[in-house]
Design a protein around this ligand. Sequence first.
Ligand code: BGC
Length: 751
Amino acid sequence: MTACDSQKSGDASMNKFIDKLMDRMTLEEKIGQLNLPSSGDITTGQARSNNIADKIRAGAVGGLFNIKGVEKIQEVQRIAVEESRLKIPLLFGMDVIHGYETVFPIPLGMAATWDMKAIEQSARIAAIEASADGICWTFSPMVDISRDPRWGRVSEGSGEDPFLGGEIAKAMVYGYQGKGDSAYREKTNIMACVKHYALYGAAEAGLDYNTTDMSRIRMFNEYMYPYQAAVDAGAGSVMSSFNEVDGIPATANKWLITDVLRKQWGFGGFVVTDYTGIMEMVNHGIGDMREVSARALSAGVDMDMVSEGYLSTLQQSLKEGKITEKEIDQACRRILEAKYKLGLFDNPYKYCDTERAKTDIYTDEHRSIARRISAESFVLLKNDKQTLPIKKKGKIAVVGPLANTSSNMPGTWSVAVNMEAPATLVEGLKEVAGDKVEIVYAKGSHLMSDAAYEERATLFGRTLYRDKEKRSDIQMLNEALNVAHGADVVVAALGESSEMSGESSSRTDLNIPDVQKTLLEELVKTGKPVVLVLFTGRPLTLTWEDKNVSAILNVWFGGTEAAYAIGDVLFGNVNPGGKLPVTFPQNVGQIPLFYNHKNTGRPLAEGGWFEKFRANYLDVTNEPLYPFGYGLSYAQFDYSDVRLSTDQIDRNGMLTASVTVTNNSECDGDEIVQLYIRDLVGSVTRPVKELKGFEKVTIRAGESKDISFKITPEMLKFYNSDIQFVNEVGEFEVMIGTNSRDVKKATFSLK
Ligand code: BGC
């Protein structure tokens, strides 16, 4: 038996139920289960289905997505279970990406917490709220590794590291679905969909939807693990990606979907395309609608999101012998199994409890958890002369086009949020500062000087910064400088608008936009301490800011409670402890820049500068501005040397690597202790370091803590040139530190 014979696996009563149901289904009804139109409420592409209600009655729809509101969903489900011949309930999906109405930080920000419990809890709360509003399926987690911050969707994933990404993928799946046998038991558990399988984050030039091409060895060592980890955690569905893999679009790639995902990894759920993924293969140039639909089905794709290629062509392809009835049956069965596991055949209205919709969404409890987690996601990039925390007294100038907007706070893919709900930064700071502080606000600039660019960067109707603005650039700047001159500290709220990252938001220039940068330069010239509160969905190039601004707090997009959380950190109620899950380059020309690169035959000495005929640039060092894993604290953590329990193990052995971390400061703080390993000699070239473990600890002022990591031979495995997952004997370097650059080292060998 193979894992792709899903009818033979799993639960006997489910199989019996589905066998009986499928015996009664016509070919049209089976194909209907494979059809996933968009409701039209929220769309990301062009195509939409017409006459959805009629199609549901005719049994031509398997699920719908992005409808908001339990009553609407209940009504559509009613049509399915009362007015269609076989009364098969529908799946209701949505992009619940980082929360529902209570919104958590964007995924890249969540990754910066390195806190798996918090990440799982955020997904759990998202599931509780979404399920209370009729949703049983989320298109999350997004686990695409990306090393290219030009790609706007870097904001939706966990950054550049496969190990961290894999840990997060598991935590998200557990949060949504529950674990193991208990998955979907509760009516608050929803089905996860791992996306975008595969390699979507490796789009050439960071251009969204662009071609990807890489060797299998890189694919398996550096990109695949998070998808596999999510599958191992039990994810019920997988979304195929828009891009090609090895010259074949993922959605028609049998090797990817059947051989790797199902046979090698044992995935037993269903595969859905991305939005119009089938239709787009016509543009990719691998055939007409009939051809690409047939290829998708044969590759192992079960559900067609929006294209309606399956609905309109599979019958004909069957007649022509391009596909088999078995392939249709298998896909249909997988969709029915998901519905069965979710409990929809027992109760199609399981997720339509209108009472829960009133009590379980955007609750005080959820919001206070979101506030805590939001603060945890912030990364302190610079803090010269202890500019932060700001004392709760005197006058603070809060300046910038992002300081007084609600709708910019939640971040990209906040589909279900009420855009008016979040406090603005000014409101949040006033609330946290209390009445001993005077807060004065000035906008200071537009988002950017080019109005047309600004419009593109605020599409989706979120924040139209220019709309009501009557003042000229110079008037806005002068007003801000006046306010700054009269203040003790300036808080500059600058960076990207929320829609400058996310889908279809690639950028080639990663500076803070022009007019905002001018504003910042002028604020610095006032001589006042300037705290840059940086909103961003991706690494930006901050070389000037790092040199000239007193303090930089990267707050990503922190969700509905971000404004209060920023206040908590700026005023020192919370000590920031987030660490970067992605490298911040010095400039765009260094991209792709990532910590786990190879050594090359002509490496530059660590920390070195230009040497002729070495791997380096003429104009800039090889170093990032801020390395992977970097982030400061109001506390000061010092690391001892690394202690190893032994310097030699065999394949059944294990060793412990420990350090003592001391908090040499007067405030308590969280530190994320990171373990990296380098395989010094391999049958294939190996990275200069790879993250293999981390631990987040709270260390009180003056206290020392011993942190230990177990190192097992399993952790030393990698894919060799035959794509076998092996370990090889030899020497290894262990590195432990506060980020990927500043580490203490020791060596051991595997015999
Ligand atoms: C995105 C997916 C998303 C889907 C449905 C697509 O454009 O790539 O991430 O889940 O739309 O909204």
